[in-house]
Design a protein around this ligand. Structure first.
Ligand code: BEZ
Length: 260
């Protein structure tokens, strides 16, 4: 195991994200097909990260703006695709009115507990008849990993406050109702399992924890973080490590909703 204190400070390390977590955008390539962007349309990529799907949407002929709340992600997106339009914007504070034909979002909405504020802003930002196409973690997402994290923290006597959990993983019913409450017609919704291989062999789970689950570990000393990660790995190895590859027990929700 190769841990340093610096590893844990990389909350949104865009290089680590691009080099070790490229599966995030690769797995969502067919989400762009669900969006089906057309030449001449104006599309918002909400939570664009380092811009790979923004570029895919642009390559199909649409005008596209990529937004993300992370400055480092947007800096990397601008480096990756200098010809495209990117902005640092908080998804809870969208300030667009009837600007977009489509709003697209991959693997970001589970980071925002204030889902209602986001849905209201998305509805306002769409033209009437515009579509919202999104994929993110749904009910039960990474349950095994979350359980192992809390087990490890509890066994070692560290804080186990549920507020350490940064994620919002709604059911289809919950999220569909939210969309309907705020002026959308839900035209497609699904929740499905996607056991997802993590890159980098034996390092895969610790990379994932450092990139995505650091809110559980940040309050601990570096030594405590290292021993907690080892405990999490030991708990999950029988179920989530096969043939030198770690897997994350992802459950995805996908929705398409049209602004009425
Ligand atoms: C997800 O894509 O489902 C996810 C990614 C990071 C943390 C939690 C969930």
């Amino acid at each position: 195991m190769d841990n340093t204190a610096a590893d844990f400070k990389n909350q949104w390390n865009a290089e680590l994200y691009d080099s070790k977590h490229s599966f995030v955008s690769e797995l969502a390539a067919n989400l762009v097909e669900l969006l089906s962007p057309k030449p001449g349309e104006c599309i918002l990529d909400l939570g664009c990260g380092t811009g790979h799907l923004t570029d895919k949407i642009a390559s199909l002929g649409s005008e596209v703006i990529g937004i993300d709340s992370s400055v480092t992600m947007i800096e990397q997106a601008r480096k990756n695709y200098p010809q495209l339009d990117f902005d640092v914007v908080d998804a809870r504070k969208l300030a667009y009115t009837e600007k977009f034909d489509g709003i697209f979002s991959n693997a970001v909405l589970h980071w925002i507990k204030e889902a209602e504020e986001v849905v209201v802003g998305i509805n306002r930002a769409l033209k009437p008849g515009g579509r919202f196409v999104a994929e993110f973690g749904g009910k039960g997402n990474v349950n095994a990993i979350i359980t192992a994290i809390f087990n490890a923290l509890q066994k070692a006597g560290y804080p186990t406050d549920t507020a350490l959990n940064p994620w919002y993983f709604p059911s289809i019913g919950e999220y569909g109702s939210l969309l309907e409450k705020h002026g959308f017609q839900l035209t497609y919704a699904t929740l499905f399992e996607r056991l997802t291989p993590l890159e980098d062999g034996e390092q895969g789970l610790q990379n994932w924890l450092k990139m995505f689950a650091n809110s559980f570990l940040n309050g601990l000393s570096t030594d405590a973080q290292i021993s907690t990660i080892i405990d999490i790995e030991n708990q999950l190895r029988p179920s989530l490590y096969k043939n030198n590859t770690w897997f994350a027990d992802y459950k995805r929700i996908r929705v398409i909703a049209v602004k009425l």
